[in-house]
Design a protein around this ligand. Structure first.
Ligand code: 2DT
Ligand code: MG
Length: 214
């Protein structure tokens, strides 16, 4: 039996990732599973949730970085089992967010390469849809969590660009990463795009069974 595909929707805050991952999973039917990172319901996820929601809950930048990665490792085996059973797994954020948000802090020694190391060996997405949006109203209305402010988001945007321009393998990038500009598009229009790109990929790679790893 063909394995399922590992599909990732990535981007900055408020670009519509959660809405689009939910709609994509629904449109793929019974055969798809949604995984959101950070997964806040696990023990490690509980610590991450406290860090994000409570400004007084302090952790060194290195420590919280490793917890975000550990949160992916906690779920890695069960994700792989689902894929092997033929289920598609659709993720809302993953390794690229892990690297971009931490590297955006400019902490000494925490460059892109350092940030990627703890995720080495995790499954790499078959398809990443990176959502960008330059609607100006998105620059207002951030929530209350750590990282949700315009200055920091601008730094994260720069780090995402650096990952895709300098860190990621160009051959992998051209085959497995698609950039979708959602500016001035409705939720439904973006969904149709996401759906089209995803079904093209799934059909075009139906017989590919080997996994790719970070
Ligand atoms: P949500 O708003 O999507 O719940 O994310 N983050 C996320 C990191 O700093 N490192 C990671 O590895 C991941 C997956 C992005 C909460 C915040 O957590 C950040 C925003
Ligand atoms: Mg958020």
């Amino acid at each position: 039996m063909a394995r399922g595909k590992l599909i990732l929707i990535e981007g900055l805050d408020r670009t519509g990732k959660s809405t689009q991952t939910e709609k994509l999973v629904k449109s793929l039917g019974d055969n798809a599973l949604l995984v959101k990172f950070p997964e806040r319901s696990t023990q490690i996820g509980g610590l991450i949730d406290q860090y994000l929601t409570n400004p007084e809950f302090l952790l060194p930048d290195q420590a919280i970085h490793l917890l975000f990665s550990a949160n992916r490792w906690e779920i890695a085996e069960s994700m792989k089992r689902s894929l092997l059973k033929g289920q598609h797994v659709v993720m809302d954020r993953y390794v690229y967010s892990g690297v971009a948000y931490s590297a955006a802090k400019d902490t000494k020694g925490m460059d892109l390469n350092w940030c990627l190391q703890p995720d080495k060996g995790l499954l790499k997405p078959d398809l990443t849809l990176f959502l960008t949006n330059s609607d100006s109203e998105l620059r207002q209305g951030f929530g209350e969590e750590r990282y949700e402010c315009t200055d920091f988001q601008d730094k994260v945007r720069g780090q995402f660009a650096a990952i895709f321009d300098t860190l990621e393998d160009p051959d992998y990038k051209s085959k497995h990463i698609k950039f979708l500009d959602t500016t001035h598009k409705t939720i439904e229009e973006v969904h149709q795009l996401v759906r089209a790109v995803t079904s093209d990929y799934i059909q075009g790679h139906a017989d590919v069974n080997e996994f790719i790893y970070f």
